[in-house]
Design a protein around this ligand. Structure first.
Ligand code: IFM
Length: 445
């Protein structure tokens, strides 16, 4: 294990943080006027979640946020990324606001401020109010307007207290897993529809950006995208072409509209556009300047056209999600983005982390694998920055073990172990390593 003090030195101004999202930790699903979201409906549908669990209680963060912020403070990080549950602050997704819901986030911000921790808020981490789903969800263009109203209200109330606001987290997942293969809420499996959903997500991002700029929101504004470099399994022309297509339909599909104002032709050529409706003004709306780009990095795409496909060797192994551990993919991805998009704003690594089947031994969790994962990814990040990529923040995913969507509680990503029976939190060895690493980095200031 590398001693934190022998890790490369980042800029003294670099932001170190941890990340979570509302449905994965808050619990309190029907308390204080919160309305149901599509994830409440989905998890309560038998057969959707591998361990049959729900986010009804999750980490009970709604009642334990003071202690949880205390843990963040103990880690010594100065930034916390979290999301707002839309249906907690606006139960229907339109109409009345729920003051009790806003009170929770105001209290959370008070607690973060008391510890000197900067707040980075995400507006949409997948939990659409069910009442909007009943009107068509992200297939209904009106949802984009409702989202802009919601963004305006959150920015109006909290913008001056936030370091940043991200419109969406990983719209690729909402579109492809929520509407493409039914792994996520709302559980639709229709590729053509998923493409239209991706357009509406981008449109809603653009409308929300415009609306938040109109009220002069002082927080930095941006979006969070999950991305991966796509690498051909062999040097064959077929594998190379397939990797380019994979990259176009996943990474460029979201990046090009935002930074270039158009969809990538390479992707359009091979997609089912039968249900695709774009209004003439849409691309200008989506093409808004950003203050930051959030990048979530977990793995590379290893692309093979053979049957059966070639699989990656996984020299560093695979996580419990089955994801290949491939730190240099982060360097490759960042360099590629930097080269392709001249208008790229500063990048925040808004998520990066590993699921391991951690076990408690005498009140301790010795998660060496996660420490190694962290070290290697931070070194890969540093390499990209040395080559000129402007990265300003890193958030480990996740602060706590939490509800991992369709994997339920069966996957643990946290720096902090959660016993779901007692809600007891235990710092893992990786939490201590990250604390010591951050302490060393901050001492360069
Ligand atoms: O837990 C998720 C998170 O909600 C979004 N990004 C990926 C994480 C790990 O799967």
């Amino acid at each position: 294990m590398t001693n934190p003090s022998t890790m490369p030195a980042f800029s003294p101004a670099f932001t170190w943080g941890v990340a979570t999202s509302a449905y994965q930790i808050e619990g309190a699903a029907d308390i204080d006027g919160r309305g149901p979201s599509i994830w409440d409906s989905f998890t309560h549908t038998p057969g959707t979640i591998i361990d049959g669990s729900t986010g009804d209680v999750a980490c009970d963060h709604y009642h334990r946020y003071v202690d949880d912020v205390g843990i963040i403070a103990a880690l010594g990080v100065k930034a916390y990324r979290f999301s707002v549950s839309w249906s907690r602050v606006q139960p229907m997704g339109y109409g009345d606001w729920n003051e009790k819901g806003f009170e929770f986030y105001a209290n959370l911000l008070d607690t973060l401020e008391a510890h000197g921790i900067a707040a980075h808020l995400t507006l949409y981490h997948w939990d659409l109010p069910q009442a909007l789903q009943d009107l068509g969800g992200w297939l209904n263009r009106d949802t984009c307007l409702r989202f802009a109203e919601y963004a305006t209200e959150v920015a109006r109330r909290f913008g001056h207290r936030l370091a940043s606001i991200a419109t969406h987290n990983e719209p690729w997942c909402t579109a492809n897993l929520g509407y493409g293969n039914a792994q996520f809420a709302p559980g639709v499996a229709d590729t053509a529809l998923s493409i239209q959903v991706s357009h509406h997500l981008l449109l809603s991002h653009g409308l929300a950006m415009q609306a938040m700029r109109t009220i002069h929101c002082p927080a930095k504004l941006g979006i969070v995208l999950n991305q991966w470099p796509a690498m051909p399994a062999t040097a064959s022309a077929a594998d190379i072409a397939q990797a380019e297509w994979e990259y176009a339909r996943s990474v460029q599909w979201f990046m090009d509209p935002i930074f270039k104002g158009c969809y990538p032709q390479k992707a359009l050529d091979r997609m089912d556009m039968s249900q695709f409706h774009v209004h003439p003004e849409d691309m200008d709306i989506i093409h808004q300047p950003l203050d930051f780009l959030g990048v979530n990095y977990y793995f590379r795409a290893f692309v093979s056209t053979e049957n059966p496909p070639r699989l990656p060797e996984g020299k560093l192994g695979f996580t419990d999600m089955g994801w290949e551990i491939y730190p240099s993919g982060l360097t490759d991805l960042l360099l590629k983005l930097n080269a392709e998009y001249p208008d790229l704003p500063p990048i925040y690594i808004t998520e990066n982390g590993m699921a391991v089947a951690d076990e408690m031994e005498d009140g301790k969790v010795h998660d060496e694998q996660r420490i190694l994962y962290l070290q290697l990814h931070l070194q890969a990040l540093h390499a990209a920055m040395q080559s000129g990529v402007d990265v300003q923040a890193y958030f480990y995913w996740s602060l706590l073990d939490n509800f991992e969507w369709n994997s339920g509680y069966a996957r643990r990503f946290g720096l902090v172990h959660v016993d779901y029976q007692t809600q007891q939190r235990t710092l893992k060895d990786s939490a201590y390593w990250y604390r010591d690493f951050v302490r060393t980095q901050l001492s360069y200031r």
